[in-house]
Design a protein. Sequence first.
Length: 249
Amino acid sequence: MRTLSCKQLRKCFGGIRAVADIELEFPEPGITAIIGPNGAGKTTLVNILTGFVRADAGHCYLGKRETTQLAPHRIAQLGVTRSFQELRLVQQASVIDNVMLARPRQLGERLWRALFRVGVAVEETSSRREAIGILHALDLDDKTHALASELSYGQQKLLSLALCLATEARIIFLDEPVSGVHPELTARILSLLRGLAENGKLIIFVEHDLAAVREIADRVIVMDEGQVIADGAPADVLHRPEILEAYVG
């Protein structure tokens, strides 16, 4: 496994320090939660690690490969995917089409294959079969042909997770995966995340729900004012008064 890591990451927005000299390693597999008050720098850190924001200083690596200057799609090609707090679905496309669009290395994306349909039909059949399997695992079987816009908010969260799974990435970043989701569906999502980690995935998620963090995280990183102020097992981190004060601050 190639370790995801960063060294001396720094990012400012208009003089505001969003990320300050952060150094972290994320060994695979497992589940890491990143928590902290609003404005702590959590999402900025994830954006830098996934290529959506360019750091002012510092370096990011996947194994020995430096990813600091790579575009998001290049980092994705190395086996890294993510969801967003604002759900990025094709709302007027069906659930299964959303999942199929996320599949990697599609033959139809190559011009000459698209023009002459060389191997495309077979590949589309395989992709559809894989997509149906993912939707089954997420209990979205009965929504296969529904438009994404017709799903409930919780079901759209599940569909966002389905898109991450469809990429076949080894490293999955999730931004508030259970925020605004009812308890039954929250339990379902957390169980799925634990299963993914047990099957060799690295899950890194930003979350405000401390109960969810306690339930599934192997590791908790606490950020405040752009810095990591605690890093360790949930039992060692979440009971500390100064951590709770910073978190709710």
